[in-house]
Design a protein around this ligand. Sequence first.
Ligand SMILES: Nc1ncnc2c1ncn2[C@@H]1O[C@H](COP(=O)(O)OP(=O)(O)O)[C@@H](O)[C@H]1O
Ligand SMILES: [Mg+2]
Length: 600
Amino acid sequence: MSPLGFLMTYVKRHKWQYILGIITLFIVDYANLFIPELTGEVTDGLTARTMDMNGVMITVLKILALGLTLAIGRFFWRYFLFGSARTIEKEIRDDMFAHLETMDVEYYNSHKTGDLMTRFTSDLNSIRMSIGPAIISIFDATVMALMVIIQMMVYVNVKLTLMTLVPMLIIMVGEIYYGKVMHGKYRQRQEAVSDLTDFVQESFSGIRVIKAFVRERRQLKEFAKANQNAMDKNLSIARWQSVVNPLLTVVIGSSSLITLIYGGYLALVGDITLGRFVAFHQYVNMLVWPMIACGDAINMFSQGFASAKRIQEVFAEQPEVADGEKTKPVPELKGNITFNHLTFIHKGMSEPTLKDVCLDVPAGTTLAIIGRTGNGKSTLVNLLLHLYNTKPGMILLDRTDINDIPLHTLRENIAYVPQDNFLFSDTLASNIAFGTHEKSMERIVEASRAACIHDNIIEFPEGYETVVGERGVTLSGGQKQRSSIARALIKDAPILILDDALSAVDTDTEEHILKNLKETRAGKTNIIIAHRVSTIQGADVIMVLEDGAAAEIGSHRELMQKGGIYAEMFEKQQLEAEIGEQQAAIRRDIDSVSAKGATV
Ligand SMILES: Nc1ncnc2c1ncn2[C@@H]1O[C@H](COP(=O)(O)OP(=O)(O)O)[C@@H](O)[C@H]1O
Ligand SMILES: [Mg+2]
C-alpha cells in the first residue's frame, strides 16, 4: 500500500467530518470573494458620483455581514478538519501500540527503542500535519485560486487574467518537483532523528556504566556526531526552503507588475474601469496566499508521506510467534512438562543452544536446572514460555504440544521470575499485583511474606505505596529479585519458574524463601534455575546442563553417588563455603587480637 493509501484508510473513517469541513471551507472562500467586488463598487460609485453616503453605509454593512459569516465558517472548518487530524493521530498511535504489543521478543531483540519512540512522536506529528493543515491548505488554496481566477475573468478581463497567470503556472510545476526532492530529504531527517533518540535513550539507561568507566567525554563526542548529523539533514531541508520561498515572491511580484502595466494600459484606453483595475490588483494579491499555501502543503505532504512510510514498516512486520491454525482451547492445565528431544538454534547462530534435551517433569514436582552461564538455562525456560518458536512435539504441556496451546493460556498458567527482573515505575503494591486481577492487599502481603520482602517493604516510609523504578526508590538487586518473586507467587499458577532469581539473595534468606515455596507451592510444578548447589539440593529432579545438553539428570543423592559434574560442583562449592567460613573465623580472631592490643 502506498503511504497515501495507508493514510486514506484512516481519513475514510472520518469522511463526514472532512466533507463538512471542506464544504464550510468552500463557503468561507466564496464569501471572501465578494469583498473586492464590493470595494470596487464603492470606488466606481464614488468616482462616477452615482453613490451617496447611504449607499456607502449599505455596502459597509454588507461587508460586515460577510465578515461575520467568514468568522463563523472559519471556526467550523477548523473544528472539523483539525479535530479529525488529531483523532486520526490518536487512532494510528493506538493501532501502532497494539500492533507492537503482539510482536515477539525476537522483534525487540533486533529493533531499537529510540527508533520506535521516534515513530510514536515525531513521525506521528508529521502525519497529523499532512492530514490536517496540509489538506486544508491544498483545498483552500485551489478553491480560492480557482474562484479568484474565474472572478478575475468574468468581472474584469480574460486576456489580462491569462497574462498574470503565466508566472503562477511556472510556480506550480516547480512545486511538484520540489515536493519530490523534499520527500527524500524528510526521510533522511527522520532517520537521523531516530539515531539521535536511540543514542540519548541508551546513554541515559547506561549512565551508571558510562560514569563508572569515565566515558562521559567520549559519549559527548559521539552525541555531538549524531546531533550534527541531524542538524545537517535539517539544514539541507532549510536550504531548499530558503531558496524556494524568496523565489515564490519574485514570481508573484512579476505577476503584479504585469497587472500594473497591461491593466493600467487597459484602464487608460477605457477597456476596464478604474474600479475594476483596483479590484483586479486586489485579486492578484489574493493569489499570493494560495501559491504560498500550496508550497507549504506540498512540504507537509512530503513530510507526512515519508513518516507514513516509516509507520507502515512497523505494521508490515508480523510476529513469528503467534497462535496457529491448530491452536485450540485446552482444559485446565495441571503442569506436566515434557521436553522431547528438544534442540534449538538461536536466530543467526550456527551452533544449537540446546541439544537433544529429554526430560519428563510430572505435575507437582520441582525441577532444578544447574549449569554454568551460557549453557542454555534461560533459553530453555524461554522456550517453555513460547517466547521463541520450537518445532512441533519438542515441548509438551500436559501431553499437548505447546505450539497448539493458545499463547494467552500458556502464559497465564506460568508464573515467571525472569533473570533480568524488571519493575515498572509504579508503587510496590501495583508491581506485585501486576499479573493478577485480584489486587487485594491481603494477597499482596501474603505473597510478599512468602518472598521474604514484606519486612523490607514495611521499613520504607511509604510501605507498599513506595514508588520504585525510574521515577522512585532504587531497590537493591536482592530486593528487586524478591519483589519479582512476590509478583510471580501472587499469580498462584500451576507452573512457577525462577530463573536465577535467588542469585542476589543471601543464603539464609534463600533458605527461608525455599522453605516457604515448599509450603505454598506444594502439589504444583516448579522450575528453579540456579548456579548454587545449595539452592537446589531439595529439588525432586536436578538437571545439569552442559553445553546445551542434559549431561546429568537425577535427585541430589543419585547425582552425588554418580560422582559426575554435579558431585564435583557440590564438593567445590562446599569447599568454597568452608574456606569462606574459615576466613571469617580468622578475621574474627585478628579483630579480637587487635581489639585487645588496643586496650593494652
Ligand atoms: N536472543 C539470542 N540470540 C542469539 N543468541 C542468544 C540469544 N539469547 C541467548 N543466546 C545465546 O544462547 C546461549 C545460552 O544463553 P542462556 O540461555 O541465556 O544461558 P544461561 O541462562 O544458561 O546463562 C548463550 O551462548 C547466548 O549467547
Ligand atoms: Mg540465564
